[in-house]
Write a protein that binds this ligand. Structure first.
Ligand SMILES: C[S@@+](CC[C@H](N)C(=O)[O-])C[C@H]1O[C@@H](n2cnc3c(N)ncnc32)[C@H](O)[C@@H]1O
Length: 306
């Protein structure tokens, strides 16, 4: 005690009980073992949570990155999910490369980095869908998410999804349905009309690769007779409108032929896509609700199938 007393390491409580001050760097500690149980999973209320089903805690990646690299080194995560590794690597002054098979995940990564760095770091995206052909090749879930992210919509929970509403548009919260098909016909319009009628909205959007004349006639009839406006938007129009709104004076992002009669984004396109302008084309941070996301296992299985 006298030795510690001389070093100023004994502190006394108000009632006079002595306690020894110990400093972490003076204790050898126990090296980490193979099984780590001291890092809890991401808490549902945590600020770092972005809603990705298999998101790992930043403190876990911080330990791995710190233990295995130095500032300036390049960190690679080829299964990067919502980008925990690259967010941590950026903070720890590493260079980084993140890879994921899912465009939904890549958009989340980009947004997460932008938010974490107050807009200072915008990732360079490589291999994202840029044409109708690319979008046709996506799995249905990815296509739907890609479109909803593109228009900054909120993905629906499963209950509304069952009624044919895949998401709600930015700000106006109008129903949006996404179809990864050509020649979407009248029955789809009629079903969507019923779904819109159950909401308090009088406008909805269907996005698909193409629509039949029957579908367009039905849309006109419903507006005339029922006062409900259903806007049919082709994927080509969506891509062209998106470029026209976000990159009017720059190289377009999307490789798409102009449909005959295309005269630039219509009022409906602008209403649906206005968030793009406000947010400078950023995809939204939120992941789809957990009950519409495939589990980690389903994601892995879907890749195994393809
Ligand atoms: C367990 S999650 C990663 C979670 C990540 N550590 C995080 O904190 O968000 C695995 C990821 O691997 C991706 N994936 C699966 N197969 C892949 C493949 N063949 N190439 C690239 N990514 C793949 C999935 O889309 C999923 O996002």
């Amino acid at each position: 005690m006298e030795k510690y007393e001389r070093k100023g390491q004994i502190k006394y409580t108000r009632t006079g009980t002595p306690t020894l001050l110990q400093y972490a760097d003076e204790m050898p500690g126990v090296p980490l073992q193979n099984i780590w149980t001291d890092i809890p999973p991401v808490n549902p209320q945590a600020r770092e949570r972005v809603g990705y089903p298999t998101q790992k805690p930043e403190s876990l990646l911080e330990r791995i990155v710190t233990a295995s690299s130095n500032a300036g080194d390049i960190v690679l995560d080829p299964f990067c999910g919502c980008g925990t590794t690259i967010a941590v690597a950026e903070r720890l002054k590493r260079q980084w490369v993140g890879i994921d098979i899912s465009p939904t995940a890549v958009n989340l990564m980009r947004r997460r980095l932008l938010e974490a760095t107050n807009g200072a770091v915008d990732a360079k995206l490589i291999g994202m869908p840029t044409s109708e052909v690319d979008l046709k090749r996506l799995k249905h879930f990815e296509f739907q998410n890609w479109v909803l992210q593109q228009i900054v919509a909120t993905p629906s929970a499963r209950k509304t999804h069952d009624m044919g509403i895949d998401g709600l548009s930015f700000m106006y919260h109008e129903p949006v349905q996404v179809k990864q098909s050509e020649k979407v016909d009248r029955p789809v319009v009629d079903k969507f009309f019923t779904a819109i009628k159950r909401t308090d909205k009088d406008t909805g959007y269907v996005i698909a690769f193409s629509f039949t004349r029957g579908a367009r006639n039905e849309v006109a009839r419903l507006q005339r007779e029922e006062g409900i406006k259903i806007v049919l938007i082709t994927v080509a129009e969506l891509l062209l409108a998106s470029d026209a709104i976000t990159r009017p004076d720059r190289e377009p992002t999307f490789d798409v032929a102009k449909p005959s009669g295309w005269r630039g984004p219509s009022r409906d396109h602008k209403r649906l896509l206005q968030a793009l302008k406000e947010r400078a084309g950023l995809p939204p941070i939120q992941a789809p609700p957990a009950n519409t996301m495939p589990s980690g296992k389903a994601l892995v299985d879907s890749v195994r199938d393809s």
